[in-house]
Design a protein around this ligand. Structure first.
Ligand code: ADP
Ligand code: TYD
Length: 208
């Protein structure tokens, strides 16, 4: 079972991923948590390049780098783990590329879709949670996050960019309601967690 979490930076998706991991592990599932870009040596190296503020990266180079990091992760980690029956919880996946590079950077959507098809090798999550919060609220959450440090290259993109990204996620959810669950992320952690558990009970046979 493959489950991904999406949302703008600071929306609270990593927090929810950890809460879900704990419940799944307590109920006996074997769980693997991964983040994108990351989780393989190559993908973590690409992550460093992408998030560094030391250089500018063109939108197309950005699309290709995120896609390269993803396809390495899919082939080396996700496909083998799924074969073993592991529950994979992924902090971001291909919808991030559609939302950030497609809607945010406004790259040609057909090119984005082609890259996504190549990178994922057709591997898609069974369920994707989009934790929906407004830009201001996400910013506020990041300010209070003592572990966050300085804004990375992506986080410096500004309000209009993140508003396009959020609209992008809502458009993806509208297109694919069978997979993507929109969660009102403006509430407290426990209320969001309850919604996630309820959606998984409705949509999967996970022991929750
Ligand atoms: P993301 O992974 O989406 O960037 P995080 O889960 O790291 O977001 O959360 C960003 C910050 O907001 C963290 O300091 C976290 O503790 C806090 N946070 C997460 N969920 C909530 C919530 N529902 N209400 C208030 N603060 C939250
Ligand atoms: P990260 O620190 O993981 O962000 P967060 O904790 O908010 O999830 O950084 C990943 C950044 O990369 C984030 O700004 C979203 C962006 N991103 C894309 O633009 N495209 C992608 O395909 C992926 C996976 C991430």
């Amino acid at each position: 079972m493959f489950i991904s979490f999406e949302g703008i930076d600071g929306s609270g998706k990593s927090t929810q991923l950890v809460l879900l991991r704990d419940v799944l592990e307590q109920s006996g599932s074997t769980v693997m948590t991964i983040r994108e870009p990351g989780a393989t040596l190559l993908s973590e190296s690409i992550r460093e390049i992408l998030l560094s503020t030391k250089q500018t990266i063109t939108p197309t180079a950005e699309l290709l780098l995120f896609s390269a990091a993803r396809t390495q992760l899919v082939e080396k980690v996700i496909e083998p783990a799924l074969e073993q029956g592991t529950v994979i919880l992924c902090d971001r996946y291909v919808d991030s590329t559609t939302a950030y590079q497609g809607f945010g950077r406004m790259l040609d959507m057909e090119s984005v879709k082609s890259c996504n098809r190549i990178a994922t090798r057709g591997v898609m999550p069974s369920v994707t949670f989009f934790i929906d919060v407004a830009f201001e609220q996400a910013q506020q959450r990041m300010q209070f996050d003592t572990a966050a440090g300085e804004p990375d290259r992506m986080e410096r993109a500004g309000r209009e960019f993140f508003e396009r990204v959020r609209e992008g996620y809502l458009a993806i959810a509208k297109d694919d309601p069978a997979r993507m669950v929109v969660i009102d992320g403006a509430r407290d952690r426990a209320a969001i967690h309850d919604d996630i558990l309820r959606a998984l009970r409705d949509r999967t046979s996970l022991p929750l």
